[in-house]
Design a binder for this molecule. Sequence first.
Ligand code: SAH
Length: 411
Amino acid sequence: MPSAALPAPISGPPGEPTGGLPAGLAGGLTGTAGRPSPPRHLADLDPAGRQAAAAGLGQQRFRADQLSRHYFGRLTDDPGDMTDLPAGTRAELAAALLPRLLTAERELTCDQGTTRKTLWRAFDGAYVESVLMRYPDRVTMCVSSQAGCGMACPFCATGQAGLTRNLSAAEIVAQVVAGARALAGGEVPGGPGRVSNVVFMGMGEPLANYARVLAAVRRLSDPVPDGLGISQRGITISTVGLVPAIERLAGEGLSVRLAVSLHAPDDGLRDELVPVNRRWKVAEVLAAAWAYAGTTGRRVSIEYALIRDINDQAWRADALAALLAGQLAHVNLIPLNPTPGSRWTASRPRDMREFEARLAAGGIPVTVRDTRGTQIDGACGQLAAPARAATAPARPATAAINAGGSPGRAG
Ligand code: SAH
């Protein structure tokens, strides 16, 4: 196993706010187990914090706004571009508040260049991945919230490696800024564009890194100059079902979408597929989800990876329909993307059709998630950066994988 993949202890040091989670499930915080924290960055701070940081550097407070406008508005962190700042202070401000956090180690594209996965190396050598997916009507960035993941779902590539550490808010935002920059610069086929959607469905369990994910959501959605101005309605937080954190999220006054990775309607199977179910059962997770829908008015997305002969039986579709009936919910069926070494594979097409039809017959809105990025190991659950970073160093920096994949269905 590559050393970067070694799991770190997932309990934080004393005093770290856990979002109401038991210590073992709160996720380590950045800096856990002696790991140094990523350098402080403008995107870690709220507007008041940024002004205070500018003042702390002996600068006038409005310099923080100017710097923010460069980063969030013009998508630049190059002091050479900041001609509205006095030449002498540019470099100092940028060095103090816009350190380069992530370095693109490798970029892979498919779907004629409209799906693009980036492998990022962080300041401490931790690896994370993000995926940009351009559709005719939107651009979705799938981002990582942790390096690795502590939730240990057996069908998920990231879950196999354990948690390395939480990402900082700015490390999360940086993944989106990079995508926005590529789009603005016309690097993605389809002409200049913007990021319209962000899904926390890359590596990590976002609600185990609660405070930083929340800060990132605010930076993503605050209007320029305070953030990137992406609508909260276009942002999805996907969770294994950390109930106290879902309850807390419902009280934040946000309008982000919640996705719950259910994968089984019954506790017996879900205990195996999503081990955190041993702590919070299906009924508790769904109760928290419906409360979230009630508070926010947002339909909850129920994620269900269809695994052949494991969770794809007709009776489970009926059981799922019964659980969801009458709720503000929508089911996303995801054909399992098999991970290396896994004994599981995707359901047979006829079983998928039957599963979908039974949900629909039960009155449950349902779609089958597209499988974008499969060819570049960029599809759901395939992000496992450290393993590939160690085993495939010879791959070229940009490999255009053939573009024959089907566009798939709505995701
Ligand atoms: N930890 C969060 C977010 C990351 S995973 C969560 O679990 O929701 C994003 C989605 O991809 C989740 O629904 C997850 O269960 C699903 N997923 C993981 N591995 C997969 C795989 N091999 N095939 C299909 N979906 C997978």
